[in-house]
Design a protein. Structure first.
Ligand code: IPM
Ligand code: MG
Length: 350
């Protein structure tokens, strides 16, 4: 029997993963569900945001579904013990180098965007963010005190050919099943890693994916184009840091931030890491009002990418669409349902 490891984490994480549990039990009764502390709650109880046992269990599972991590109460914890450090450790430990972040505008929510309806209606972008390299992990890094007493902070942006190739392959393969276009974003005009990124993507494209349309765009221009004419994009391929920024921007412009799932995948056959894009939302944690749809749709991505059940993924996605079409809404998207009632609306459509 396949196993899904739930890592509820902090803030609204436990609430939204609790609803995933109910959906999973209904749609896939044979799925074994495990649960472990992760993030701030794990730091508080076990002294580390990511324990060895949790990482071992993650690697032994078929998929991992995380709620959210972090919150103001851990802001002064040592950096390597903060909830976010646990998340980076989990990504690296699981080797999930390709982060798939769809930004799509649900028809029922087109008016929830801060952009005009005609600009975002029907939007369907897939951002492929490199997730285990770049400036997030590059060495040297740190803050040192100079002889004159001032301080110096260093981060290192670094990429190798194979790191760029493996994530690019994921992006090109995804584009083949979509609208066949990849826009690769970097800063090759100022950065050495950007130059290498462009060279490697160009060469891989010519060798393995000449039938896919490839476009290069500087990352700052991409940020501008995303608000100007977002529907020009199909798959956006980019590095860890630019992907972090561009995916927040793309998610917000759909008006559906509380709705968007994500998947992080590694080599074929290895477990994937699934998480809603929204964070831990400490301001509404514990109130039962968080939108559980991003977590539920993350579970749908797990069904498709790691649990070999695309049929169930389709069923679940359609149930979410049907629930929205029937008017079911949490507060963030203009309704008044709580998390549980919203999940009930999805369960009713399954
Ligand atoms: C994200 C988040 C994380 C990141 C943080 C919480 C470490 O912003 O998943 O986009 O920067 O990758
Ligand atoms: Mg981010």
């Amino acid at each position: 029997m396949p196993t899904l490891l739930l890592l509820p984490g902090d803030g609204i994480g436990p609430e939204v993963t609790g609803e995933v549990r109910r959906v999973a039990e209904k749609i896939f009764p044979d799925l074994t569900l495990e649960e472990r502390p992760f993030g701030g709650i794990s730091y508080d109880t076990l002294g580390t945001p990511l324990s060895d046992e949790t990482l071992a269990l993650a690697l032994a599972s078929d998929a991992v579904l995380m709620g959210a991590v972090g919150g103001p109460q851990w802001a002064s914890a040592p950096r390597h013990l903060r909830p976010e450090a646990g998340l980076l450790g989990l990504r690296l430990g699981m080797g999930v180098f390709a982060n798939l972040r769809p930004a799509l505008c649900f028809a029922a929510l087109a008016d929830a965007s801060s952009l005009k309806r005609e600009v975002i209606e029907g939007l369907d972008i897939m951002i492929v963010r490199e997730l285990t390299g770049g400036v997030y992990f590059g060495k040297p890094r740190g803050i040192e005190t100079l002889p004159d007493g001032q301080k110096r902070g260093v981060d290192t942006q670094v990429y190798t050919t194979s790191e760029i190739e493996r994530v690019s392959r994921v992006a090109f393969t995804l584009a083949e099943g979509r609208r066949n276009k990849v826009t690769s974003c970097e800063k090759s005009n100022v950065m050495e890693t950007g130059l290498l990124w462009r060279e490697v993507v160009t060469a891989l494209h010519a060798r393995e994916f000449p039938h896919v349309t490839l476009e290069h765009m500087l990352a700052d221009n991409a940020a501008m184009q995303l608000v100007k004419n977002p529907r020009q994009f199909d798959v956006i391929l980019t590095d860890n840091l630019f992907g972090d920024i561009l995916s927040d921007e793309a998610a917000q412009l759909t008006g559906s931030l509380g709705m968007l799932p994500s998947a992080a995948i590694g080599v074929a056959g290895a477990p994937g890491l699934y998480e809603p894009i929204h964070g831990s939302a400490p301001d509404i944690a514990g109130q039962g009002v968080a939108n559980p749809l991003a977590a539920i749709l993350s579970f749908a991505m797990a069904l498709r990418w790691s649990l070999a059940r695309p049929d169930l993924a389709d069923r679940l996605t359609h149930a979410v669409e049907a629930a929205l079409a029937s008017g079911a809404r949490t507060r963030d998207i203009g309704g008044d349902l709580g998390s549980r009632a919203m999940a009930d609306a999805v369960l009713a459509k399954l």
